[in-house]
Design a protein around this ligand. Structure first.
Ligand code: GRF
Length: 194
């Protein structure tokens, strides 16, 4: 039985697209049944619809500062779709500990750095500013502490002379698109536990 997967996005959804592509393989152990966004016009939603995948929007704005209520609304949608695994793919909302614990071991994220280095935002600029020679991407289980859960997959790229944020981001993104499907496969097969 394939695991039922929902992907949460806020933007263009290139990692989402990589997961959707991987899941087209009949041997892949997960199926993407839902793409949910907090942004109604997120580019990735259109890509998901084109791929024939159900989409849902739960806007965070009407909830104001009530993160718990927003998370309960997202949780209800995930339950309605009988979701088993949740993939965060450029989902730009912090999730409450209640949500994270409710999905413990079944909630994964991709982060554009070699964790535990460079948690948080603007990782490419910070790698360049620090004079790093290696950078990369990590897929990890989500825990309440930001970008800190057990690592499922990680791959490095070199930082090259003359790199800009854009050139470095593009090199890392190519790695992201490779390791996220591998990581989801491992989780869906039960090869790793969070
Ligand atoms: C990726 O770099 C991901 O690592 C980060 O946000 C970006 C999302 O890009 N969390 P996309 O929407 O998957 O193209």
């Amino acid at each position: 039985m394939k695991k039922r997967v929902a992907i949460l996005i806020s933007g263009r959804g290139s990692n989402m697209a990589a997961l959707i592509d991987a899941a087209k393989d009949p041997a892949y152990p997960a199926e993407i049944l839902l793409v949910l966004s907090n942004i109604a016009d997120a580019g990735g939603l259109e890509r998901a619809r084109e791929a024939g995948i159900a989409t849902e929007v739960v806007e965070h704005k009407p909830f104001g500062k009530d993160r718990a209520a927003f998370d309960r609304a997202v949780h209800a949608v995930l339950e309605r779709h009988r979701t088993e695994i949740v993939c965060l793919a450029g989902f730009l909302r912090l999730l409450t500990p209640w949500f994270v614990e409710r999905w413990s071991g079944r909630l994964i994220n991709i982060h554009p750095s070699l964790l535990p280095a460079l948690k948080g935002l603007d990782t490419h600029a910070r790698a360049l500013a620090a004079g790093a020679t290696q950078h990369g991407a990590t897929v990890h289980f989500v825990v309440p502490e930001l970008d800190s859960g057990p690592i499922i997959a990680q791959e490095s790229v070199p930082v090259l002379p003359g790199d800009t944020e854009d050139t470095l981001a593009a090199r890392v993104l190519a790695v992201e698109h490779r390791i996220y499907p591998l990581a989801l496969k491992r989780v869906a097969q039960g090869d790793v536990a969070g």
